[in-house]
Write a protein that binds this ligand. Sequence first.
Ligand code: NAD
Length: 295
Amino acid sequence: MTDQKSKIKNQKSPITKVGIIGAGTMGSGIAQVAATAGCKVKLFDLNLDQLRTAEDSLENILSRLVEKGRIEQVEKKRIQENISFVPQMESLHDSDLTIEAIVENLEVKKEVFTQIEHLVSDDCIIASNTSSLSITSIAASLKKPERCIGIHFFNPAPLMKLVEIIPAVQTDEKITDVCVSTIKSWRKTTAVAKDTPGFIVNRVARPFYSEALRMYEEGMADIPMLDKVVRQMGFRMGPFELMDFIGHDVNYVVTESVFGAFYYDPRYKPSLTQKRLVEAGWLGRKSGRGFYKFE
Ligand code: NAD
């Protein structure tokens, strides 16, 4: 082990200030994780309504934890005091680490990475929570691509233990080490994955969704039946419940991205059924309707 590596392993996480871009499902969950671990978090979103929703939702989640006796009131207060909800990206200027969790679109992400690099110091690590896009391609939008990395949380971030860490081709090895030790200090399990489409989990998961969609399209069984059978095999959710939970906009675009990135290998072909849900705005739980209806 090199001196640098042993130093990183023995020290507490060097990251104390975290900037998060995008206060949607993932950004707000990641903010909760980092704030619980003691980091000072600034959560930024362009959409003010979304920022308010994220703040209200954190209040509800933490209140429920207090009611259930999982955390004390003082802990709730501490977590909330660690998070600021900010409407301007400039507020993230003093971050040690920024994590982007906006729409799954390469061009939009590259644009945001260029903007954030202008604001932060040269030492700030700039990460993406992308589910499927090339970290190498995102890194190429930076002047210092060696500080770019994928830090991929799963939904819901506060509950899911695993986090994939994805170094780009350009990423400095020391940055990967710092991210692994930081995410471990946030009480998560890490898996360092190569920068390939969908990384590990989203590649393995594609056939889970696509085969279930094909079975439904072929009329083999209805959706509740397919979900029920999969649950009875020991999965926590069936494939349709899980797609509704993730959001069809997010899930469909990840399938499209993996399909394209593997040169249109038919194994990853997206489903027209899911595409129609996206077009209808039936995005799942978050919009009140997907394969199922939500009150
Ligand atoms: P989401 O739609 O819930 O939230 C995205 C947020 O980003 C929105 O609040 C939007 O207002 C904001 N936003 C968009 N453009 C912005 C910009 N330029 N600057 C600031 N904010 C901006 O999406 P999500 O489900 O949280 O997904 C975010 C990322 O995380 C995507 O890359 C997705 O692939 C990935 N991801 C999603 C899941 C999941 O299950 N939903 C799981 C793992 C990773």
